[in-house]
Each structure stands twice: as structure tokens, then as C-alpha cells.
Design a protein around this ligand. Structure first.
Ligand code: URA
Length: 309
């Protein structure tokens, strides 16, 4: 049987929290609100009921270990001896929605997204349009719109997947650990946020950093396409599976796509695009950095050719 938090030593608890943080668990909250007051009132009510039925004295609660939230933030049922197990069902708690449980919007929502994106004539207008856009469910759980960083006039535009926790807090793409690695990758080939433009396929943080659902990608697609058209970079770099597969319209995985030059067509412009490994993947798989390095050299060579023409 697994230990409860109250049975663990402070050192073991600290190690467990560290493990969760390393694994990307950064929030102890549900994606759907839970009314804890109602929950504990119901639990108290059912405890009283059981006490009345068994004729026993109500417990002062003195000896029982306090319940601690599990990984999803739900309190485990109080640990009771077999004979005390309640016959009444425990109050249901609202399940956190998974991407697969989300309601997929109808075609009108995708049309609205396309019309709104197309109406933006400048990058500033596109940002403004997204600030007022309510059609993507992700904006309701995110704190900020994460639009772009860097120089919109740069020759190269990097497109990642979606903001994470740090990006959501700061409203800027790639500012967390993956972003710091991206900055080092850029620096290794003489680039920085003055000479590169950086954005994401998705403009709001997916709850718990889950992979964006297909309809979320489709709702954001018109905006990223317009973003590329308006920025008109000479080269696009697609960071990771989500950006590469959805923008290149392929089912191939990033490990087979990476390092190859392809054409990305946005509106009526076609731009050389290179898929490469996402910095977050490189943090988890440092041995793959040699592949990323080869891709970066290829990017550098391409930019040098552009500069000499
Ligand atoms: N990962 C991404 O894909 N984008 C960010 O902005 C941060 C992490």
C-alpha cells in the first residue's frame, strides 16, 4: 500500500515534490473548479449520518491523520477500518476535462477564426484581434495571451508548440527552461531575440501543459498562418512535433522530419521551413542535442546564403 504524505519524512516529501516539479507538475489545482465547501459539508453530513446509524459518539477527529491532496488535488477518502467503511457513496468530484473530453466547436467557429485572422492587416492588428478573441477554449484557463517575442522583421521565425507555465505568467514565448535552452541554441549560431522572431502554434497555455487538442490547433491555425504571412520571414524553423506536423500537413514524426528543408505555404506565400527538435525535448533527451546542432548549422548556412545574396 502506498504511503500517505503524513507518513512520509520531510526529506522524502521534498524529494517527491522535486520529482513532480521535474516531471512538469507545476500546479496543484484542477482544471475544473471544485466547490470544496460543498464537498466538506456533504462529507460532514454523511459522517454524521453514519454516526447516527451506528449509535456511536461523534469523533472529535483527534487521532486521525489529516487527509492530504493527491496529485490531482483531490483529498483521499479518510482512512477507515474495514468495519467503518461507509456504505453511502462518496460525493462525486468534478473530473478535470482531458483534451479528448472537450466539446469540439462547429464549423462556424473555424470560419470566425479564419475571418478574424484575415481581417488583420498588420502584426499589431493580429495581436489585437487575438486579444479580443474568445473562440478558443484555451484562453479561458490561461492567464495571458502569449503572442510573440523578438524582432518581427528578422529573417528567421521560430514557431514552437504552446506556452507553458512561465510563458503564461510572463505573456512571452520561450522564457522558461526550454526558452533558456532556445536562447543558448540561438546564441550558438550568432542569433538572439533581436535577430530572430519567436512565436508558437498555440497562443494560450493548455491546462497542465497537455498536448493541444486537434480543434485547438485548427482554431489557432488561421492566426499563425496570418502571423507568418504578415511577418514574411525568409526562413521558418518549426520546433517540435506539433508545429511541424500541423504546419507542414504531414503525419511524419519530428525525428524523421528534422533537419530537412521543406516549403511552408501560408496564404499565397511559400517559405523554406526546417523542422527541428523542440528544446523541451532536448532537455529530456540531452543526447539528441547533436542532432539539433546539425540542424542549427544547416540553418546558419541557409541564413548566410541569404545574407550574401
Ligand atoms: N514550449 C513551447 O513550445 N513554447 C513556449 O513558448 C514555451 C515552451
Amino acid at each position: 500500500m502506498s504511503e500517505t504524505a503524513s507518513e512520509m519524512t520531510p526529506q522524502a516529501l521534498a524529494a517527491l515534490l522535486h520529482f513532480y516539479a521535474e516531471a512538469g507538475v507545476d500546479a496543484l489545482c484542477e482544471e475544473a473548479a471544485i466547490d470544496r465547501f460543498e464537498q466538506s459539508a456533504e462529507q460532514a453530513q454523511s459522517r454524521k449520518q453514519r454516526t447516527r446509524e451506528s449509535g456511536a459518539q461523534p469523533s472529535s477527529g483527534g487521532g486521525a491523520a489529516p487527509s492530504v491532496p493527491d496529485r490531482q488535488g483531490a483529498s483521499p477518502a479518510p482512512r477507515l477500518a474495514q468495519a467503518e467503511k461507509p456504505s453511502a457513496p462518496q460525493p462525486a468530484r468534478s473530473p478535470a476535462p482531458k483534451a479528448s473530453h472537450l466539446t469540439v466547436p462547429g464549423e462556424a467557429a473555424f470560419e470566425d477564426a479564419r475571418a478574424l485572422a484575415a481581417s488583420a492587416k498588420t502584426i499589431a492588428e493580429l495581436r489585437q484581434a487575438l486579444e479580443g478573441y474568445n473562440g478558443c477554449n484555451l484562453r479561458h484557463s490561461a492567464k495571458s495571451l502569449v503572442f510573440a517575442d523578438g524582432n518581427p522583421e528578422a529573417d528567421v521565425m521560430f514557431i514552437g508548440e504552446a506556452p507553458g507555465r512561465d510563458e503564461d505568467l510572463q505573456g512571452l514565448p520561450f522564457v522558461g527552461r526550454a526558452g533558456q535552452l532556445l536562447d543558448r541554441m540561438l546564441a550558438a549560431i550568432g542569433l538572439d531575440r533581436e535577430s530572430a522572431y519567436i512565436t508558437n502554434m498555440i497562443f494560450w497555455r493548455p491546462p497542465g501543459n497537455r498536448t493541444p487538442a486537434p480543434h485547438e490547433i485548427e482554431l489557432c491555425r488561421p492566426f499563425i498562418e496570418r502571423h507568418v504571412t504578415l511577418a514574411a520571414p525568409k526562413v521558418v524553423v518549426l520546433l517540435g512535433n506539433v508545429a511541424a506536423k500541423s504546419l507542414l500537413g504531414t503525419e511524419k514524426g519530428i525525428l524523421s522530419l528534422r533537419g530537412g528543408w521543406m516549403e511552408y505555404t501560408a496564404g499565397d506565400v511559400s517559405i523554406p521551413a526546417m523542422p527541428t527538435l523542440h528544446p523541451a525535448y532536448l532537455l529530456r533527451n540531452p543526447a539528441q542535442k547533436r542532432l539539433a546542432w546539425a540542424d542549427l548549422l544547416s540553418l546558419r548556412a541557409r541564413l548566410d546564403t541569404l545574407e550574401s545574396n
